[in-house]
Design a protein around this ligand. Structure first.
Ligand SMILES: NC(=O)CC(=O)C(=O)O
Length: 258
């Protein structure tokens, strides 16, 4: 049901002018530790075959949100990207697993079911060079900075924040990553289902390199469109040249004191 819903919405997005279309985190299954094993698929598998066909039949790049992936090592939360000819051109496994405990609000331990990925993944399209993260990954500025240093102009994070962290941090983190790195940031969330065991915040969004939200959904299902003006990215980088002013010679990796 979810895959055919994604098929229809993706087609609508392309009719509306999209050339790169992205789906939400865990778009083919409910997001929850007890669901991952039940819904996990190999790659290639049923869902990724459908994503490849969606790319071909619509002639677009498809960033396939994420799905629970099963391979010999275990389960992962994985994004796949398909080119308009249907080829798998990128695969990214969520690197930072969502393990948090806010008593009375939200306790979630993704690592009870999933393994973390350890590979950075970016890819180039005729429109932009794009880096991938998934949801909780957006909290880690280093990941975004590494992609910026690799030449990414857009970061896409399929993500499902929740009713506690969503209102507090979702937009703030996107604007922060966009501003830190002077690039576009897009997030793609499932719409809110108040009856689900994990209630997603929704609010898929696109932020520009100046830190401005240029397109946004609310809680309900919606296709969010944005034009990426790379001229703005270069302009912001020229006028506020923090990327070349960084004192990389002085910043040393250190272990946080907790
Ligand atoms: N679901 C996530 O991976 C992350 C999240 O909800 C948060 O960081 O808050």
């Amino acid at each position: 049901d979810n895959v055919s819903r994604a098929q229809n919405l993706l087609h609508q997005a392309v009719v509306g002018g999209a050339e790169i279309a992205a789906l939400p985190e865990c778009f083919n299954s409910p997001y929850g530790v007890s669901n991952f094993a039940k819904y996990a698929e190999p790659i290639p598998g049923e869902t990724t075959e459908a994503l490849s066909k969606m790319a071909v039949s619509n002639g677009v790049y498809v960033v396939g949100g994420s799905i629970p992936e099963r391979d010999q090592e275990g389960l992962f939360n994985t994004t796949t990207v398909f080119a308009p000819n249907g080829d798998l051109i990128a695969k990214y496994r969520k690197m930072h697993l969502f393990d948090i405990d806010i008593p009375g609000k939200i306790t979630f331990k993704e690592s009870d079911a999933l393994m973390p990925g350890s590979g950075f993944t970016h890819f180039t399209t005729p429109f932009a060079t794009i880096g991938l993260g998934i949801c909780y990954d957006i909290r880690f500025p280093e990941l975004a900075q590494i992609y910026a240093h690799k030449g990414c102009e857009l970061l896409i994070y399929p993500g499902a924040f929740n009713m506690t962290t969503g209102p507090a941090h979702w937009e703030l983190l996107q604007r922060a990553r966009a501003l830190d790195n002077q690039l576009f940031v897009a997030t793609v969330s499932p719409a809110r289902d108040p009856d689900a065991s994990y209630v997603a915040w929704g609010h898929s969004m696109v932020v520009n390199p100046w830190g401005t939200v240029i397109a946004s959904a609310e809680a309900d299902e919606k296709i969010v469109y944005a034009d990426l003006d790379l001229g703005l990215l270069h302009d912001v980088r020229r006028r506020v040249p923090v990327l070349v002013q960084k004192r990389l010679d002085l910043y040393q990796e250190s272990t946080p004191r907790l």
